[in-house]
Design a protein around this ligand. Structure first.
Ligand SMILES: [Zn+2]
Length: 145
């Protein structure tokens, strides 16, 4: 897959994620993203919100509940929707991956969707974990449909 990827997400799903972020604030909220992936496009169709189980400061870090990750991996293997990435919120308003996010990005091919909130306005941005270096998290184009 080339470095450039388009990510599509429905407006309703994005609004659900904003509400989830509000409820978790000032902590970061997180979810696993399900959908379809073809050559250069990722279509996010569902988000499964999990607890933020970080052992660090939840206002500046997150960790997906590993039990939910395993469950969804198993479901995908038997024909369920594919895991295409991860979403989390940045209550600090910065819509790009932190250093910790890059270090934590261990799934090549995943999309990282970040919803940053500042002064009650959300900015959403998508990044892609290249197959050759999942930590690189390259910006990609986010299309709301
Ligand atoms: Zn982050």
């Amino acid at each position: 897959m080339a470095g450039y990827t388009t990510v599509e997400i429905g407006q309703t799903l994005l609004e659900m994620l904003e509400r989830t972020a509000w409820q978790a604030s000032p902590n970061e909220a997180c979810a696993l993203l399900l959908g379809e992936q073809n050559s250069n496009r990722i279509i996010i169709t569902q988000a499964v919100v999990t607890d933020n189980v970080t052992e660090g400061n939840p206002e500046t870090s997150f960790e997906i509940d590993p039990a939910m990750h395993i469950l969804l991996q198993k479901a995908a293997r038997v024909g369920g929707p594919q895991l295409v990435g991860v979403w989390h919120s940045h209550p600090n308003g910065v819509a790009r991956p932190s250093k910790a996010d890059r270090e934590q990005s261990n799934e090549p091919g995943w999309v990282w969707l970040i919803s940053a909130e500042q002064d009650h306005v959300f900015t959403h941005a998508a990044f892609w974990a290249p197959l050759e270096d999942s930590h690189a998290l390259e910006p990609c184009s986010l299309k709301t449909v």
